[in-house]
Design a protein around this ligand. Structure first.
Ligand code: DGL
Length: 277
């Protein structure tokens, strides 16, 4: 049990499942001396079709767990859907820096030449007030075509990053974007960067794919610096994964297939399903 966090305490990171590992890899390379604790809420994935209230309850449960067991000094919501549903509530409840994420509409608006941008995200993110505000701020002078990626999160959760069914789903979602002339596609869900190769097979190399993991890692580093919370450790930190996926062996296998950073030590713990939802 931990109660007080210090600059050498761990950084907590969570997602509805394994998607946030696409953010974790950027955090690990930007902040190698930090201990990182990642919670995959895979039993409850996908979040994209759940109510904001349910997602907020799961977020509280995970934050409590990470604070109680690791005394985390900061929390990264490595999930666009959970950020939209719960980041403000998390900030009201916990007095540690909390970093969230949102689809990269702003950089996409700056990058597009055709003026037509596609956003592939969960329906929860696309329906959220935060996303409407994002479009209001940065989408005024471009055409933004949104597309919900139903079923894609489940593919990544199974460790299925290519093959017929992934290709079929992606084609169904990407073809309409291509027909409408997008030159930039925002990957607005942290699971989707793991499908980049399969996406490239459909859209080719001339379309820009924008993800937010590196920007989140930069923002996290800045916030930790401002709060005097950067690790003072000389050696590399370590990484702990928790997953509440019912099949623990499968969970560990999928994490091992996605966590391909060389030289990073990591351990895995299966979690029982608990919480009120
Ligand atoms: N990876 C998440 C996101 O960035 C959530 C996906 C889901 O569980 O629906 O939106």
């Amino acid at each position: 049990m931990h109660s007080v966090s210090t600059s050498n305490s761990a950084i907590g990171i969570f997602d509805s499942g394994v998607g946030g590992i696409s953010v974790l890899r950027h955090i690990c390379s930007a902040l190698p001396a930090e201990n990182l604790v990642y919670y995959a809420d895979s039993h409850f994935a996908p979040y994209g079709t759940k109510s904001p209230e349910t997602i907020a309850e799961r977020s509280f449960y995970i934050a409590d767990f990470l604070i109680r067991h690791h005394g985390i000094k900061t929390l990264v919501v490595a999930c666009n859907t959970a950020t939209a549903a719960a980041v403000e509530l998390l900030r009201q409840r916990y007095h540690i820096p909390i970093v969230g994420m949102e689809p990269a509409v702003k950089p996409a608006a700056q990058a597009t030449k055709t003026g037509v941008v596609g956003v592939l995200a969960t329906s929860g993110t696309l329906k959220s007030a935060q996303f409407a505000a994002l479009l209001e701020s940065y989408g005024q002078h471009i055409q933004v075509i949104t597309q919900a990626g139903h079923g894609l999160v489940e593919c990544v959760e199974r460790g299925e990053l290519s093959g017929e069914s992934v290709h079929g789903l992606l084609k169904q979602y990407l073809d309409p974007l291509l027909i409408q002339g997008v030159d930039t596609i925002v990957l607005g869900c942290t699971h989707y960067p793991f499908l980049s190769s399969a996406i490239r097979e459909i859209v080719g190399n001339d379309i820009a794919l924008i993800e937010t993991g590196a920007a989140v890692a930069r923002q996290l580093k800045k916030r930790l610096g401002e709060h005097g919370l950067l690790s003072r450790r000389d050696a590399d930190g370590d990484i702990t994964f928790y997953s509440n996926e019912a099949d623990a062996l499968k969970a560990e296998r999928v994490i091992a297939s996605l966590w391909t950073e060389p030289g990073c030590k990591w351990k895995f713990f299966a979690q029982e399903v608990s919480g009120n939802v």
